[in-house]
Design a protein around this ligand. Structure first.
Ligand SMILES: NC(=O)c1ccc[n+]([C@@H]2O[C@H](COP(=O)([O-])OP(=O)(O)OC[C@H]3O[C@@H](n4cnc5c(N)ncnc54)[C@H](O)[C@@H]3O)[C@@H](O)[C@H]2O)c1
Ligand SMILES: [Zn+2]
Length: 355
């Protein structure tokens, strides 16, 4: 069991990483004299089968990237309002990053904000999306274009949820873990390289450690730059390594099942590592180490089709840009990332040609 507590002037969040404790947690919540709405991903519905909790109303939802849209946002708000949600109610999201992102936005806006708790059920949501208080929905103009910063009071990471997760989704979460290692912690990268097999087979101690280390790295940037204002090596944008190209690929693929978030980010990390090397930051040797890790762990690095011009025009819409210039997170070394401003479109095209 691991516990992390974060407190500042605006909010307090407690994060717990543990096995098999979600029912006990819900039971404790249900004993409070407050109405609780639990929005649950249908894929984990069976966990709550045949149990009833006092004061908790369950709403089951099928999730995928397309869940994060304005129609589902208003559907969910109206559903909660029709069920009598009030300002003392608690909203709990039990699901992956898509459900968490949508529910976080609902929680932050419904009745101008109700208490929010997160039970992330995918590896990606446990190591990444549940941390940092960002939520959002997508529009036809790109990912997460509408959203807010709103922190859950508790994040309950029950690693038993991972047992039912398909390998493809586990890999998607692993992509964010390796991202955290690549931007901030060289030792963590080599530790992951050594322990990958046990980790992906969900060996308890290893998976708990990997989740904990990942969260700590994400929290480092979130605490340094909570509203993503900095443009230096402590910028929260550093967490976006692999995402400039990754997000543009996801947008190109219309957020379809053909390419999930972690897969898009894996390709993005490889391409952005190659750009780092082209610009003489990352050495050829370290680039090769990264490539062999991606090959060994079978992260998605190729065999997708895309239209180069469309990818580039998506890149121009990235939230890290300003003044019409493309900005990107690059690697100086394994474990050391920088916020690079005004990268040439020509350089990006050259690399897109190689992947
Ligand atoms: N808010 C942030 O800071 C942040 C950070 C990173 C990513 N994200 C967002 O997270 C989203 C991706 O999250 P995700 O990868 O969790 O996707 P997801 O929520 O779509 O889950 C992936 C699939 O796994 C299923 N699933 C969920 N839990 C399961 C379980 N325990 N067993 C079996 N199946 C299960 C879901 O139904 C879905 O089909 C993206 O929209 C991305 O933009 C947000
Ligand atoms: Zn991501």
């Amino acid at each position: 069991m691991k516990k992390i507590t974060f407190k500042n002037t605006t909010h307090k969040t407690t994060i717990i990483i543990k096995k098999n404790f979600v029912k006990k947690f819900l039971f404790n919540v249900s004993n409070k004299d407050r109405k609780t709405y639990c929005i649950v991903d249908s894929k984990v519905k069976s966990v709550f089968k045949n149990i009833s909790f006092k004061n908790i109303e369950f709403i089951y939802i099928h999730s995928s990237e397309t869940l994060k849209n304005i129609n589902n946002y208003s559907f969910l708000c109206e559903k909660l309002l029709s069920k009598g949600i009030d300002r003392s109610s608690i909203l709990i999201a039990v699901g992956g990053g898509t459900l968490g992102d949508l529910c976080g936005f609902v929680a932050s806006t419904i009745l101008r904000g109700v208490e929010f708790k997160l039970v992330p059920t995918t590896l990606l949501s446990q190591v990444d999306s549940s941390i940092g208080g960002k939520n959002g929905i997508n529009t036809k103009y790109g990912k997460n274009q509408i959203g807010s910063f709103y922190h859950p009071t508790e994040i309950l990471i029950d690693i038993d949820f991972l047992k039912s997760l398909p390998m493809r989704e586990l890999k998607s979460g692993y992509a964010e873990i390796i991202k955290h290692a690549l931007i901030k912690d060289k030792n963590f990268f080599y530790w992951l390289d050594k322990n990958f097999n046990e980790l992906i087979n969900l060996e308890t101690k290893l998976i708990e450690d990997a989740i904990y280390k990942s969260i700590k790295i994400k929290m480092f940037y979130v605490n340094k730059d909570p509203f993503e204002k900095l443009k230096n090596k402590n910028s929260r944008s550093i967490l976006n390594f692999g995402h400039t190209i990754g997000h543009s690929l996801e947008t190109f693929y219309n957020y379809s099942r053909n390419l999930n978030h972690g897969e898009a980010v894996s390709i993005g990390m490889l391409a952005e590592s190659m750009i780092s090397n082209e610009l003489k930051f990352l050495s050829k040797n370290e680039l090769n180490i990264i490539i062999s890790h991606f090959k060994k762990t079978k992260l998605k690095i190729k065999s997708i089709k895309f239209n180069q011009n469309k990818i580039l025009s998506n890149i121009y819409k990235d939230k890290k840009n300003f003044g019409g210039k493309i900005n990107m997170v690059l690697l100086k070394n394994i474990g050391n990332a920088i916020f690079y401003q005004n990268i040439s479109a020509h350089k990006i095209k050259q690399i897109l040609n190689k992947i």
